[in-house]
Design a protein. Sequence first.
Length: 168
Amino acid sequence: MRKHLAVAAFLMIIIVNPLRASCQESTIPKGLQNDIVRLLDMTGSGKLALQVGTAAANQIIDQIRAENPKVTENMITAVKDEISKLMAEKMPSFMGQIVKVYAKYFSHEEIKGLIAFYQTPLGQKTIRSLPQVVNESMLIGKAWAEGLEPELTRRIEARLKKDGLLNQ
């Protein structure tokens, strides 16, 4: 279990440190920052990020549980609790980085336009429906990729053999 937690911590350091370095100084006007935060709040982006993080943590925990039957439910509960607490504590910093991404790709006027859109009935429906659309799309993509795996394996093996890169 310690091995998996160490790997997860190492990966977080690799991912987070470059982002932190690139986001040290903010030159985003305060009004734009506030409107981006408003947009993110309207669309539930913070909640979605927590859900994605929790799902990733659950996958790690499931793998730990599968590889180590001695892991008790109390241990799993404690790990999940600490993951949830840490994510909640660090969410403001994460969302600050997301604000910078939005500011990079959208002008202030475009952000205002998105806010106006999400206040319309269609915008509200989009907010309600998009999580399910994304989830179902991911499931379809996963099944699709799994379906391609046998053919892809055959093609790669054939190509490597043809090119003399794989022993017969």
